[in-house]
Each structure stands twice: as C-alpha cells, then as structure tokens.
Design a protein. Structure first.
Length: 339
C-alpha cells in the first residue's frame, strides 16, 4: 500500500504541495481532482521520485522510499502528453521499460504483444507513433506504462487531449481495464465527471493541499466546503439566517428537516433537488435554459436583487419559456449546510 505523510514540495519560495497526507489501498482506484496549478502533476512526480521532497515521507508497504531512485520504485507513470518516442515504432515504445530492466528479447516480444492486446492494439507493433490518432497514442502510452508490470499505476490527465466523444468511449474502456488489472491506481484529472466515474475515492486538491478525500457519492451528496461544491459545478450557494424553524435566504424562506450545525451560515441547494411546484416557497423568473441531453438546465432569478441565480434540472417535463414566472419546491432533507 502507498502512504504519503506530511509531503511537501517547494520550487524556491513557491509551495507546490503542502502537508499532504494520503494513502492508496491494494487494488484501489484513487482519483485526484483539482484545477490547473493545484499540484496534481507534482503529486505524481513526487510519488514517482522525480521531485525531491522538502518534507514528509512516501512509503510503500511501510518502507520509506527516500533515496530510492525512480526506476527502482517499480511505479508506472503515464504522462499527460504521453511522451512517446517519435523515433521508435509502437513495439519500441512499449518495450522501452522492459529494455531498461534488461529483459531478454523473447520476453519483451511476448510482453509487448500481451499489452497491445490488452489495450486493443494487436498488430500495431510496426506502426509509427506519429501516424496514430490521439486515442491510439493514449493506448500505446498506457501499454508502455503497464509493460514492466508496475506495482502502482499513475495516470496524469490521460484523456485530457482527446475530444469529448472519444473521452467518453475510452473512459468506459479504462474502467473495465482497471477492474481487470487489480492494481492500485492514481488517476489525475481536472474533469469532475472523469474523477467521479473512475475513482473508488476522490481526493480534491486546492493550491497544493488536500481539501477532501471521499467516495464519489459522499463528495457529491455532502461536499465538505464551498470550494469543493463549486468545483463540482454546484453553484446554488447562499448565506442564511435562522428565524424560528425557518432559514431566511436571499431566495426566500426555507424550512429544513434539521437545524443547521452550529457556526455554519451558508447552504447549498443541488439543482436536482429543486422541483417546479405551484405551492413552492421560491418564486422565480426563468432567465436561461440549456439542453444537456438527458436533462435541461434552467437558470432562474429569485428573491432580492442581490440573490445569486439558481440552477435546476428538468427531465421529461414541459419547459417553461424564458421570462415565465414559476415556483420551486425544495426537499427539506436535501438542504446541505457548508462551513
């Protein structure tokens, strides 16, 4: 098992990672999610031994890896830009790690064939990587990372350079492949859907610090901070005051199923928890709508002029027109409080 304790990485005065505590269990898929510049790639490089630690420890099965060079850690790392060797064909790229270990030619040939079959590229051995599509290059990079039989696989934005349709297709394939490999995997991404789809748990990074480590369901249902909620695309956040058993918000009064925790003064309403209802307590005007395939996202204005806009989702329902006045009901048990 991998464990990070108090890991810090600095670039001069800049702190790229600060006091990171993290663990990855046997055969666990950990998604690391965060915006650009949050330290995601630095985290992988620190684990791989490519970045010196300013403080803390990286351990594998209780053994401190300080002083263990990158090529001795037996970790596979797939870079964001794939970093394929343009002067080598597919065979040569996938074989590289095995050659560095001194494997014999027969073993290399058999292992390369096995890995290309695994990623759906059988027969591509003599293709030039410069002639492959983006999706095919991604598969070659993954095969190269897997060929030396790593005990930990790390992927840095593996689908970031692909179009949406191809990303969706390969994400499904990767999920099946990960289940087959039974390896501990760290999957870095800035895409919320990817992280929630592939991770057994999701670690959210912000400015080099861990904001949360939760299962996808826990993260979505109970984001632990306003930053996490907004990064997941949940923007219906506003302050409130308590008046008896009601909450007074910029959108109107709401009655929660339970009192807010002490010291908390902001709430979150998820778009799926707002429902059109003639008896709803929130009166609003529709100002925008966007078709999303399985649902339509509507933006409404409600309450006082300073109130933030509200988003809610409609599925298989008649759409109100822009400018229509509607009322929305909130499930009392779905009101989530934020520190």
């Amino acid at each position: 098992m991998l464990r990070l304790s108090g890991v810090e990485v600095r670039y001069g005065p800049t702190v790229a990672l600060a006091n990171v505590d993290l663990d990855v269990g046997t055969a666990e898929q950990l998604a690391v999610l965060g915006p650009s510049g949050s330290g995601k790639s630095t985290l992988l490089r620190a684990i791989a031994g490519l970045e010196p630690l300013g403080a803390g420890r990286v351990e594998w099965d209780g053994r401190d890896l300080s002083g263990v060079p990158s090529h001795r850690r037996e970790f596979g790392l797939m870079f964001q830009d794939y970093a394929l060797f343009p002067h080598r064909d597919v065979q040569g790229n996938v074989a590289f790690g095995l050659e560095m270990r001194g494997a014999d030619p027969a073993t290399i040939t058999a292992r390369v064939a096995e890995m290309l079959d695994l990623v759906g590229l059988s027969g591509y051995e003599r293709r030039q990587v410069t002639q492959l599509s983006g999706g095919e290059q991604q598969r070659v990079a993954l095969a190269r990372a897997l060929a030396p039989t790593p005990r930990l696989l790390m992927l840095d934005e593996p689908l970031g350079a692909l179009d949406r349709a191809l990303r969706t297709s390969l994400l499904t394939e990767l999920a099946g492949l990960f289940a087959e490999l039974r390896l501990p995997i760290i999957y870095v991404t800035h895409d919320q859907e990817e992280a929630l789809a592939v991770g057994d748990r999701v670690a959210v990074l912000r400015a080099g610090r861990i904001e949360a480590v939760l299962t996808p369901a826990e993260l979505w249902r109970s984001p632990p901070s306003e930053f996490v909620a907004r990064f997941l695309g949940l923007g219906n956040i506003a302050p409130f005051e308590i008046a008896g058993d009601e909450l007074v918000t910029p959108w109107g009064s709401l009655r929660p199923s339970m009192a807010p925790p002490a010291g908390q003064s902001r709430l979150l309403l998820r778009p799926d928890d707002l429902v059109p209802d003639p008896d709803g307590t929130i009166e609003a005007v529709v100002v925008a709508q966007t078709f999303r395939g399985d649902h339509t996202s509507l933006i409404v204005r409600a309450g006082d002029e300073a109130a933030p806009p509200l988003e809610f989702h409609l599925r298989d329902s008649a759409l109100p027109a822009i400018g229509d006045r509607i009322r929305l009901r909130v499930d009392p048990s779905a009101i989530h409080f934020l520190p």
